[in-house]
Design a protein around this ligand. Structure first.
Ligand SMILES: [Zn+2]
Ligand SMILES: [Zn+2]
Length: 240
């Protein structure tokens, strides 16, 4: 795999992790967050001509190459949207990861995650609440799904806004379990799906809350619509 191909793989993996599209900053931030790239000292230097780190400017060039070949849509400014052929390109690059002995840019710690991403075209996330999809009810007004709860982009936004402490009971995974719990929390969306107009319309401040696994399970025991955060807090304070 050439250096160019490694960089293409990194860019495409980040976009697909975000659910298929994002702004330049969202994509580049996702690369950092998911540790997709190994940075050399020169990558982290400031560009000579602009106020940007070298690697960010470099990957913006790679996006141009991908767009020129139809792997990323070029229709909207600052909107990096992977196309169907872009997904195939990603899958074929990812299928060659296993035979690569050394990487120049790709961070091998992300190998398993990227291979999994390519094999199911789906984000492997740690917020899959078993049975939650079964909560989708037939009636339009009462449909709930975990679509938005599983979006890595919205997850990150919810954690930025609300932090990592359960809003129902105050539980913190790192405090309880140490390092392995660091950064873990589940994201719950509080609005029925029919009232939403897509991921872009979800306001993480008002529409998403962070909950520990116990509280998240409990709010979804109430059907068809989950318990509100207020009702959950009342229960936690006074179970009777
Ligand atoms: Zn809780
Ligand atoms: Zn939920």
């Amino acid at each position: 795999m050439t250096r160019e191909e490694e960089k293409r793989l990194i860019v495409l993996a980040a976009i697909i992790r975000l659910g298929g599209d994002g702004t330049k900053n969202q994509v580049l931030d996702e690369i950092e967050r998911a540790e997709l790239m190994k940075f050399s000292p020169s990558d982290l230097e400031q560009c000579a001509t602009r106020d940007e780190l070298y690697w960010r400017n470099d990957l913006a060039q790679i996006r141009r190459h991908l767009a020129a070949e139809g792997y990323i849509s070029n229709q909207k400014w600052n909107h990096w949207l992977v196309t169907e052929t872009g997904r195939s390109h990603f899958a074929s690059l990812a299928s060659r990861l296993g035979s690569q002995r050394q990487f120049h840019h790709f961070n091998p710690v992300a190998l398993a995650a990227v291979t999994a991403l390519a094999s199911n075209h789906q984000i492997s996330d740690d917020n899959a609440l078993s049975g939650e999809t079964a909560l989708v009810e037939g009636q339009q007004t009462q449909r709930w799904t975990n679509t938005y709860e599983r979006s890595p982009q919205l997850r990150a936004a919810a954690i930025r806004v609300h932090g990592l402490v359960c809003m129902g009971c105050g539980f913190n995974f790192e405090t309880k379990y140490g390092a392995i719990g660091a950064g873990f929390i589940e994201v719950h969306h509080t609005k029925p799906i029919s009232s939403l107009g897509g991921a872009a319309s979800v306001d993480p401040t008002s529409d998403l809350v962070v909950l520990c696994s116990n509280c998240h399970s409990i709010v979804h025991r109430k059907r068809p619509s989950p318990l509100s955060l207020e009702a959950l807090r009342t229960l936690v304070k006074n179970p009777a």
